[in-house]
Design a protein around this ligand. Structure first.
Ligand code: MD5
Ligand code: FE
Length: 203
């Protein structure tokens, strides 16, 4: 159930399954206070993925740029506190992959409808690349594009299912990556939706 993709990048198949009910309850609670929204990129494109955040910091984008902010710009309030099950899963998955003491400040919640995608990018808005990013997938399956350190490097496709957790650390922390358009389908718990939680230590 554990697959090493590359140095620092580990897939833990089904690792989140025991916590799914708590995670879904957490997503409901968080997004009641900080609703999903489609952010605009600095280039003016509206993202197909809808986003929210939980924790002491949240990732936001607008025409001015990308950044982490303690306040939800849409509500003017702090982001909802991180549910205990979220923090516990992130810590356990990181430890299982060789990263001890992972205490993320931010969890970005991505919601994909059918056809939604994330184009190739690097996650480099954090100030500390020594900590991994932990990603938890729920609902409809996805295909990750896992690239190299240059945008033009060849990518491999990694199928990801409900309950899978991926830890992206060490030299894989800064690889280019993306998510292919979600294929039509229906998941027993989430219907025509994929949810991804990404835990980040920002600073
Ligand atoms: C997703 N989210 O499925 C992905 C999961 C994002 C994002 O990419 O920025 O919200 S995280 C995938 C990831 C993170 C860090 C490094 C690498 C992949 N990687 O080296 O391939 O919604
Ligand atoms: Fe990313």
């Amino acid at each position: 159930w554990r697959e090493d993709l590359a140095p620092g990048a580990v897939v833990l198949r089904g690792f989140a399954l025991p916590l799914v009910p708590a995670l879904l309850a957490g997503v409901e609670a968080v997004t009641a206070g900080a609703p999903f929204r489609h952010l605009v990129t600095p280039g003016g494109q509206t993202m197909s993925v809808a986003m929210s955040n939980t924790g002491s910091l949240g990732w936001v984008s607008d025409r001015r740029g990308y950044r982490y902010d303690a306040t939800d710009p849409q509500t003017g309030r702090p982001w909802p506190a991180m549910p205990a099950a979220f923090a516990e899963l992130a810590l356990d998955a990181a430890r299982e992959s060789g990263f001890d003491g992972f205490t993320p400040q931010a969890c970005l919640i991505n919601r994909y409808a059918i056809g939604a995608r994330l184009s190739l990018h690097q996650d480099k808005d954090e100030l500390d690349y020594d900590h991994p990013i932990v990603s938890v997938s729920l609902g409809l399956p996805a295909v990750f594009l896992f690239g190299g350190f240059e945008r033009s490097d060849k990518q491999v496709r990694i199928p990801i299912a409900h309950g899978d957790v991926v830890v992206w650390g060490g030299p894989s922390r800064l690889r280019y990556h993306g998510v292919l358009p979600i294929k039509p389908g229906s998941h027993p718990l989430l219907g025509e939706t994929r949810i991804n939680l990404t835990f980040r230590k920002v600073r």
